[in-house]
Ligand binder design. Structure first.
Ligand code: KIV
Length: 288
């Protein structure tokens, strides 16, 4: 092992737990490819989610429902090849854990063992507690995801804020408790009122990471493509856009097209040459 790689200390689940204890905020972001893994790890992110949002932002699907295990595995492997420090979570795609507990444990094992993820994530609360417990018992750390669960948004009335009424809020709260009891080591709270998220964060011992859940969570997660301006189809209210990488790339490619058309590219510095006498000899020896 080189000296440089020895210095990098992997973020462990125990580090995330102690961050909650010390009230240090946890930063989390999605990444789906080798270069994205390198970029977000170099930036110093604590947790990387290879999210099934890749279906929308990388593969152009309508939503996350069509994403397959094969796609999740390939993208997880690309990210884990790049990442040295951050904790990498791999998302279980729709229908890879919904049929039976056995199916869920098998597929969690594939993302953990073949994908080399540090943990897996699945969506659902009390209804998923038994599945979470079984994956946890198999030795695989589980990140829960409650509130708005995009894979089953159709059953929640669409992509809407969850937990606004007293009954809904109690249900989201009970989902959090059920997952903690089942062994989940952390929870994503998506699109719930900030007051409810703060209450859950106060009452559970495991870290909560919010997306559209206010500043009272133990950490925050965003989809990389949303926050760097790479996904233009729509931008949810809870996203802060930090850059316009889409426009930067369009401008770079346009400049390249212009350079090709005007023969300004390639320049001398991008070209290889050969000795003038070799060129001369070559000309003489060519038949045409
Ligand atoms: O797939 C994903 O990116 C997610 C985040 C929205 C938390 O689940």
């Amino acid at each position: 092992m080189s000296d440089a790689s020895k210095e990098i200390k992997k973020v462990m689940i125990s580090d995330l737990w102690s961050m909650k204890e010390k009230r240090q905020k946890i930063s989390m972001i999605t990444a789906y490819s080798y270069p994205q893994g390198l970029i977000v790890d170099e930036a110093g992110i604590d947790v990387i989610l290879v999210g099934d949002s890749l279906g929308m932002v990388e593969l152009g699907y309508r939503d996350t429902v069509p994403v397959t295990m094969e796609e999740m595995l390939a993208h997880t492997q690309a990210v884990t090849r790049a990442v040295k420090r951050a904790h990498v979570v791999s998302d279980m795609p729709f229908m890879s854990y919904n049929i039976s507990v056995q199916q869920a444990v098998t597929n969690a094992g594939i993302l953990y063992k073949d994908g080399l993820a540090d943990s897996i994530k699945l969506e659902g609360g009390q209804g998923m507690a038994e599945t979470v417990a079984a994956i946890h018992r198999a030795g695989i750390p589980v990140f829960g995801h409650i509130g708005l669960t995009p894979q089953t948004a159709a059953l929640l009335g669409g992509f809407k804020v969850q937990g606004k009424s007293i009954d809904q809020a109690k249900k989201v709260f009970e989902d959090a408790v059920a997952l903690e009891e089942a062994g989940a080591f952390a929870l994503i709270l998506e699109a719930i009122p900030k007051e409810l998220a703060a209450l859950i964060t106060e009452k559970v011992r495991i870290p909560t990471v919010g997306i559209g859940a206010g500043v009272g969570c133990d950490g925050q997660v965003l989809v990389l493509h949303d926050m760097v301006g790479l996904f233009k189809r729509f931008t949810p209210k809870f996203v802060k856009v930090y850059a316009d990488v889409y426009t930067t790339q369009v401008e770079a490619v346009s400049e390249f097209i212009n350079d090709v058309r005007s023969a300004d590219f390639p320049g001398e510095e991008h070209s290889f040459g050969m000795a003038a006498e070799t060129v001369e000899q070559l000309r003489k020896q060519l038949k045409k």
